[in-house]
Design a protein around this ligand. Structure first.
Ligand SMILES: [Zn+2]
Length: 424
């Protein structure tokens, strides 16, 4: 990839007929979008010929566990609690900070290559993942992950202090408080999280009502659903971004809608773990803000937002009729809605918005013929149609190539094989 030293980029004539446009990126924003942007207005800009490309919004992955790339294919075809307790958590116990850096690097490579420029990450050794995000040029909301059943009291204190001091935050990397779930965090610890998030006015992200068992166990322990429990402790507000949200009752949906909380759905992971199908059509009826995420590579088994977008669109039609979640809205769920949930002015190709985007090849066999660009992109194409990825005004992939990709894949494969053989 050529390392651009240009401060601005002029993308000429991108799109499909009849709406080709010139797009000027200055700094990290889209500064001018018009039928024609004269070259004199863009002195010193790198000029990119866009005639073979459509400029599409990039994807924003609302829920994942990046370094779990190392566990891809390690344990499949079993239900969540067996999968977690017998395979995933014992494997994760062996992971060092170095391993997590290697796994995160593979995840970010995978995300860039499939058009994703942001991810929300709930995992461990957050500093190492933050460094890789900075290095590879994309954005992330990095979790200060909390679980008093999986962490020591010292580890918990360190995490709360980390959040309070905003350690390592930057233009592209922000911290989000992430209690794991109502089953892996005690009630007093959840209450501490609510207080810490409120003091800091930061977002809180949690796995919520992912499986029927989680809801049953919560009812047995607390006499209410996980959503009702969140309401009871004051966690249900516009700063809550919840993942999964598969087993919501009608009353849960009412509470969620009234609070202005956001749901990040992970249909591929839910289907693969047999956890259920998120009630997309019902959420839409209640006008609950919906975004999409992939979940981790060990339950999806990839980080390709395009797949979750298409699954969401198809599942919604089975639930709510064929007119439910048209292509344009499905694309929004995978782009702008996630960016908005995480406080980013991004996910649209519009003047003043953050300059993130994808150059999608119009000569890709799945993009032709082009009766409807968005329809092709959502229903027909896959990530092979992505030529280049722009994040924060800079190319992070060009011509399908990311710097150092062969080494990243090799290092992650070697690391995962070594871990799989430790103590086995
Ligand atoms: Zn998850």
């Amino acid at each position: 990839m050529s390392k651009t030293l240009f401060k601005s980029v002029l993308l000429q004539s991108a799109g499909s007929k009849p709406c080709r446009r010139d797009v000027l990126i200055e700094g990290n924003r889209y500064s001018k979008i018009a039928e024609s942007v004269p070259l004199e207005c863009c002195q010193g800009a790198e000029v990119v010929d866009g005639k073979n490309f459509a400029l599409m919004p990039a994807f924003y992955n609302g829920h994942t566990h990046a370094a779990m790339t190392l566990l891809r294919g390690y344990a499949d075809d079993m239900e969540l609690s067996k999968w977690l307790n017998q395979y995933i958590w014992p494997f994760e116990a062996k992971l060092t900070a170095d391993d997590i850096e290697i796994g995160s690097r593979l995840a970010i490579l995978e995300m860039i290559k499939s058009g994703t420029v942001f991810f929300s990450d709930m995992y461990w050794h957050r500093e190492r993942t933050m460094n890789v995000v900075e290095e590879m040029g994309i954005r992330a909301s990095i979790g200060v992950t909390i679980s008093d059943t999986l962490m020591t009291p010292e580890g918990l204190k360190k995490s709360f202090d980390f959040l309070k001091n905003h350690v390592g935050e930057s233009e592209r990397v922000k911290l989000v408080l992430m209690p794991h779930s109502v089953y892996a965090v005690s009630l007093p610890c959840l209450e501490n999280c609510v207080a810490a998030a409120r003091d800091d006015n930061c977002l809180m992200h949690i796995h919520l009502s992912e499986t029927a068992k989680e809801v049953q166990d919560c009812k047995a322990q607390y006499g209410c659903t996980p959503v009702e429990l969140m309401q009871r402790i004051g966690a249900l507000d516009e700063n809550l971004v919840a993942a999964h949200c598969v087993h919501f009752t009608d009353a849960d949906m009412e509470l969620f809608a009234q609070a202005g909380s956001k749901a990040i759905l992970n249909p591929c992971s839910n289907l693969k773990l047999g956890s259920g199908i998120p009630p997309i059509a019902k959420f839409m009826e209640k006008k609950i803000p919906l975004g999409l995420g992939t979940d981790g590579d060990s339950s999806n088994n990839n980080l390709d937002m395009h797949e979750d977008m298409k699954f969401a669109a198809l599942l919604a039609k089975v639930q709510g009729g064929v007119e439910c979640l048209p292509a344009h809205d499905a694309l929004k769920m995978a782009t702008e809605n996630v960016a908005t949930a995480y406080g980013l002015n991004a996910g649209r190709i519009e003047e003043g918005w953050l300059a993130d985007g994808l150059l999608v090849r119009l000569d890709n066999e799945r993009m032709a013929p082009c009766h409807d660009l968005i329809s092709n992109w959502v229903y027909a194409a896959d990530s092979r149609a992505i030529d280049s990825v722009i994040c924060n005004g800079k190319f992070v992939m060009r011509g399908g190539h990311v710097d150092g990709e062969a080494e990243i894949v090799e290092a992650a494969s070697a690391c995962a094989h070594r871990l799989a053989n430790v103590n086995n």
